[in-house]
Design a protein around this ligand. Sequence first.
Ligand code: SF4
Length: 480
Amino acid sequence: MRILLIFKDSIAVERLAISQLSAVLKAAGHEVRLAILGPTLAQDFAEIVSDFAPRVIGYSAMTGEHFALADLNRDLKRQFSFMSVFGGPHAIFRHDFLEDENVDALCIGEGDIAFVEFCRRLEADESWWETPTFHARHEGVIHRNALAPLVDPVELPFPDRRIIYDADPNLARSGIKYFMAGRGCPYHCAYCFNARFNEDHKGLGKVLRARTAEQVVDEIAWVKEHYRLETVAFVDDVFNQKPLGWINAFRDLYKQKIGLPFFANMRANAIREVDIAALADAGLTLVWMGIESGNEKAANEILQRNLSNEQVMKAARILKTHGVKLTTQNLIGLPVSNPFEIDLETLDLNIAIQPTYGWSSILYPYPGTPIEAYARSNGYLSGELAYTETNKRSSMLDFKDDREKRRVENLHKLFGLIVAFPFLRPFTRHLCDLPLTGFYRALFWGWYGFSVKFRLTKSRAIWRELPYLLSVFWRMVAKG
Ligand code: SF4
């Protein structure tokens, strides 16, 4: 069967779920193509669909992207006959998306096995509308099926990188490439999709799942052999929580077969000196670690971070001892009566820790997350939300006045710079009052790009990427 996969270009980010899906579909004998909806990848979708004639079009949508993808689907449905299936976080959490009559089915959980089964039933003319993990419309009736068990990533083939890199050669040219050594996160931070995802999947298998160290290293070795690869970025939610013995096995194999610097996401409470020593020996050069808020009450009672500031500082000290750089992740604009004051505490905690880079995002109340419910019930959100595609431009929360909103949004843009240059701290209130948000946005992305390319990594051939990096910069500034 011919299956066309579509996602919206999230600018310089590889969509690993799509390459994983392509791999399992191809392994099941299907013909798969990918098209990316994006400003620099102008594609004539009608021509693609007319030429390829897919039986199924599978869209992967994050909240915010779903508007453009739904419009595209509507347009294609007017011209062609195919089964439209939406997956990804928006479909997982907004089951009412199926009320759009041009959407035929939603994949409401992990699609790696469920989507293959859906396609098998469709091709065999069996009851595809009863596939587990799918909500589907059949003869005017909506069928809401239960979730299938969680997928064991050990059972999956390597992601199909070619399909992504052929569709977007910029990603192939980038020296940083993304990998996953496992899936799932057992925590339930209120702003993260894992809280609800884990709740929905209770009793359906282990939340935290690791691939074998051999699988992970073999996949990286394949990519290293076929594409430009200078830095490996692990995007597991919590890389440092692996089964006993995994980290040492990984260290030995990685050193022997890969030998490149790598990054990983870690959680402060799970950072153990012995693991960091082993990983640094293997090539770990940078850790992304969530701080979220410097105000412990907000961090633990509202964001449900479940970490003390002391744990965060201790983890930062361990990383520093082993020469590992740190990017902290922070949330700005919380649903509290004095968000700017709370954000200043977050800024001060970062200044005390002195990470290599202090990253910040504006709190985005994703649908179905506990923070969305909290913000609504406490009067910081109302009505149907105009979900944006970015959490870097403005806040969706209702603040007490426009001045507070501007201060919060400006602090978000200046956050990384003030952390790096603490002499700016005494001027922070004044800087955040100025009506310079557009200029600050350019500073935000400029500093981020500079930090990624010169402070967090050492790209060997920056000039090769320069035109692409400049285009990314302008697109980021325009987007948010
Ligand atoms: S630790 Fe990270 S991935 Fe896990 S629930 Fe919290 S925010 Fe989400």
